[in-house]
Ligand binder design. Structure first.
Ligand SMILES: *Cc1c(COP(=O)(O)O)cnc(C)c1O
Length: 429
């Protein structure tokens, strides 16, 4: 595989941009090597500047559920852009997208559009704090909620339950307001809640964890979270930035029939353009300015071009049978990869919810971040590079999801499986 042009572009990029990328995981640091620079993308296929073509299972980390450059989405974008790309004043399309989201997502009576998932989560937590007049929040180890200060927090060691910053630049005082518990661990979470209930504004969770690989919720976890947060009047926030409109039209909450108080969205609802949204119960959302006292604003929020791309994407997803077909294809590739690993006698623990797939190089079950970390990441790096060389683009990290789009044809899936069969054999040694 020739990578001369990517290599030289990366060199130049590193001079002008920290680490050469605008988001860290793009840099391939956890699998080694240099990133490929993309020239063009269409359907399930991306092509780099050296002319290599790949079947894409990253899909811009989630948004491209219809595949790249979907003709109808492109048409909607162009049509909107011709009418001006930003007004800073209300337009009808914003309400249309908001209404579609309200109809689709069970927990959302009202919704506010923002510009990224990070912004959605950050704003939702501010509102939850104002609503409950409490300061602390609880999150789960290995769940990612964007890069806002109080969410870049990991568990304290030993008996310490209060968070410590995950990165320099986050004041300890912020991190201390964030408690962390292991995902899927009812006992540990219950203990924390009992101890801190009077000061807990919100519990935030990815209903299907998609940022430590894919880790589905155990049967009782989400219903239990719903019950206990109701009991202590803690705002339950589902971060559905990745699961929203992916695992189901109404998100994971529709799939699992557990309705939180607030929901964060992003990725798919922008159809590949920058967007985020947070919504929830009317009485909570009425706290937000100008309806209420909680300030939150944005120059480009509800941007007409992003909204047009999102609206068209959601309309396409509304077509009957779309999710059933995605489910069928996702099952097909999961089974193929699992069988390929078994044939090569490679320990491979698979997870899947809808078109979100995980594959960990370990025999032991993965239910939380600690067990996810048992995966042989060196083997993943070999797997990643092996697949890349043969034209399959996977996430350049073990702890990211493999995603499918409606544009992944059966032929592409079968090809991917046959490539995996070869690569599993190569990386076995
Ligand atoms: C991607 C993601 C975010 C952050 O969204 P950005 O648009 O990258 O800021 C937040 N939460 C979850 C669950 C995500 O997957």
């Amino acid at each position: 595989m020739r990578t001369t042009k990517s290599h030289s572009l990366f060199k130049i990029a590193q001079v002008a941009i920290p680490g050469g990328v605008n988001s860290p995981v793009r840099a391939f640091r956890s699998v080694g090597g240099d990133p490929i620079f993309i020239k063009t993308a269409k359907g399930a296929q991306i092509e780099d500047v050296d002319g290599n073509s790949f079947i894409d299972y990253v899909l811009s980390w989630g948004p491209m559920i219809l595949g790249h450059a979907h003709p109808n989405v492109l048409k909607a974008i162009i049509k909107a852009a011709k009418k001006g790309t930003s007004y800073g004043a209300p337009c009808q399309a914003e309400t249309e997208l908001a209404r579609l989201i309200v109809q689709a997502v069970p927990s959302i009576d009202q919704v506010r559009l923002v510009n990224s998932g990070t912004e959605a989560v950050m704003s939702a937590i501010r509102v939850a704090r104002a609503y409950t007049k409490r300061d602390s929040i609880l999150k789960f180890d290995g769940c990612y909620h964007g890069h806002a200060d109080h969410l870049l927090v990991k568990a304290g060691s030993g008996i310490a339950t209060l968070g410590i910053p995950d990165t320099p630049g986050v004041p300890n005082a912020f991190a201390r307001q964030t408690l962390t518990a292991p995902f899927n661990d009812i006992k540990a979470t219950e203990k924390l809640i009992h101890k801190h209930a009077q000061n807990l504004a919100a519990i935030i969770v990815e209903p299907v964890a998609g940022n430590m690989g894919v880790v589905p919720p155990l049967n009782e976890f989400l219903p239990w979270l719903r019950r206990i947060t109701q009991k202590y009047e803690i705002v339950l926030i589902f971060d559905e930035v990745i699961t929203g409109f992916r695992v189901n039209f109404g998100g994971a909450q529709a799939r699992y029939k557990v309705v939180p108080d607030m929901t964060c969205l992003g990725k798919i609802i922008g159809g590949g353009l920058p967007i985020g949204a947070y919504g929830g119960r009317r009485d909570i959302m009425q706290m937000i300015a100008p309806a209420g006292p909680v300030y939150q604003a944005g120059t480009l929020s509800g941007n007409p071009v992003a909204v047009a791309a999102g609206l068209e994407t959601l309309r396409q997803l509304k077509t009957p049978g779309v999710y059933k077909e995605l489910e069928r294809k996702s099952q097909m590739i999961a089974e193929g990869l699992g069988e390929a690993a078994r044939q090569a006698k490679i320990p491979y623990y698979q997870t899947r919810v809808g078109s979100m797939l995980g594959g960990f190089f370990t025999e032991s079950p993965v239910n939380d971040f600690a067990s996810a970390k048992k995966s042989d990441t060196a083997r993943y790096a070999k797997f990643f590079h092996g697949m890349l060389k043969k034209g399959v683009y996977l996430a350049p990290s073990q702890f990211e999801a493999m995603l499918l789009s409606t544009a992944h044809s059966d032929a592409k899936i079968k090809h991917t499986i046959s490539v995996a069969q070869q690569v599993f054999k190569i990386i076995k040694g």
